[in-house]
Design a protein around this ligand. Structure first.
Ligand code: PMP
Length: 427
């Protein structure tokens, strides 16, 4: 039998160490919320491959749609000979995107590529250079997306120089003493000190900071950004790569605020694990880019588009928007009981739909991130049969991104396992 250890050694010999892995656990099979490794051990997946398998691993409807498409044809390039699945998906996504303005879509392959294209389009639409992003934000690992990312290690350290004309402003974060008014004040300072608003093409923001620690942008903040962008002719980009596709208890998180983006990104949960990303934006903004200026070889792969159409159907048929809230509330109920017992270790339980986080500190002090405890929890997680992810500025936040289709019995089992794991890690 091949062991995890053998595979980890083979991996380390041939895959660059920059592409690290959280767990030396090698997957043989996965179904819905359960994963089995090559040694036959079973795990409950609370990370869904970083918010990708919202509809669970290998949902039968997604498998059959992708398989049928693969049998018909696998690739022609949407920029050479297009096909109906891409058009149908664009019709569905432009209708689903929040806001009433007519919309258009652009197909690409990864989240970072969607982010980069938003900036290209915003610059073409405004003729301006500047882009404002937020501290703690994450937008990807390509050069422009990395430049927009507001966290150095491990994303930016050693990888400069970064593109010019990117400015970062503190993200409002009540738990750490930054109010919405503070952030709006920092933006005003920026306009005085570093870049005139008439030179700013776009402001990019995540409705919930994902890698940054699951800090939720309040509706009030997103509405204030919308007003500011309208006042100065700046394009508002909402990065919904991690928050989209029912994850937060809405199809898209922006629905909570009623804010319509000029451009939004979609990826991750869109296609059940097949690589697909999309920019959806107001039609007149999207069409600012000239023909041939946007695209790529694999963007809008027919197999990924077919999978995405099936994912949308599953979200509707299984009422996953509502289920995400139910799943999230089950998690936060258990985590809040733990928080009441250990207030000195758990600063905050944050939850929006099935995006749930536990911020760990020492002595109940927001300024004492407990990264060591998070690392202990992660190192014990395989033994307890759960797959967990970390996030946060200081790596002191455990994030839970369960499949929205997780069976109730598996969910209960996962919570019990996590509680036992937490109690073991703190001794
Ligand atoms: N934006 C956000 C909000 C993300 O969470 C991510 C991925 N974690 C990205 C962009 C980058 O996506 P990808 O890894 O597909 O390039």
């Amino acid at each position: 039998m091949t062991t995890n250890n053998q595979l980890q050694q083979r991996k380390q010999a041939v895959i660059a160490r920059g592409q690290g892995n959280v767990y030396p656990v090698y997957v043989a099979k996965a179904r819905n919320s359960e994963v089995w490794d090559v040694e036959g051990n079973r795990y409950i997946d609370l990370g869904t491959g970083i918010a990708v398998c919202n509809t669970g691993h290998s949902h039968p409807a997604v498998v059959s749609a992708a398989t049928k498409q693969l049998q018909d044809f696998s690739h022609t390039c949407v920029m050479v000979n297009p096909y109906e699945v891409a058009i149908e998906l664009a019709e569905r996504l432009t209708a689903l995107a929040p806001g009433s303005s007519p919309k258009k879509a652009l197909f690409v392959s990864t989240g970072a590529e969607a982010v980069e294209n938003c900036v290209k389009i915003a610059r073409a639409a405004t003729g301006r250079r500047g882009v404002i992003a937020f501290t703690g934000g994450f937008h990807g690992r390509t050069n422009l997306a990395m430049g927009l990312t507001g966290k150095n290690a491990p994303y930016k350290s050693n990888f400069g120089p970064f593109p010019a004309d990117i400015y970062h402003v503190p993200f409002p974060n009540e738990a750490h003493g930054v109010s919405v008014a503070d952030t709006l004040g920092y933006l005003k300072h920026l306009f005085k000190a570093s870049i005139e608003p008439c030179d700013v093409a776009a402001i990019i923001v995540e409705p919930v900071q994902g890698e940054g620690g699951f800090y939720i942008a309040s509706p009030e903040f997103l509405q204030a950004l919308r007003i500011l962008c309208d006042e100065y002719g700046i394009k508002l980009i909402l990065d919904e790569i991690q928050t989209g596709f029912a994850r937060t208890g809405r199809m898209f998180c922006a629905e909570y605020s009623g804010v319509e983006a000029d451009l939004m990104t979609m990826a991750k949960g869109i296609a059940g694990g097949l690589p697909l990303a999309v920019v959806v934006g107001k039609a007149e903004v999207m069409d600012a880019a000239h023909p041939g200026g946007l695209g790529g070889t694999y963007g809008g792969s027919p197999v990924a588009c077919a999978a995405a159409l099936a994912v949308l159907q599953v979200i509707e048929d299984e009422q996953l928007v509502h289920r995400a809230r139910w799943v999230g509330e089950k998690f936060s109920a258990t985590l809040q009981i733990l928080q009441r017992e250990f207030p000195e270790l758990i600063l905050e339980v944050r939850q929006l739909g099935a995006m749930i986080a536990l911020e760990l500190v020492s002595e109940g002090d927001a300024n004492k991130p407990n990264t060591a405890l998070v690392q202990r929890i992660i190192s014990l997680a395989p033994e307890y049969g759960v797959i967990l992810l970390v996030c946060g500025y200081y790596g002191n936040v455990i994030r839970f991104l369960p499949a929205l289709t997780i069976e109730e019995s598996v969910l209960d089992e996962a919570l019990e396992r996590f509680e036992n794991l937490f109690r073991r890690a703190i001794v």
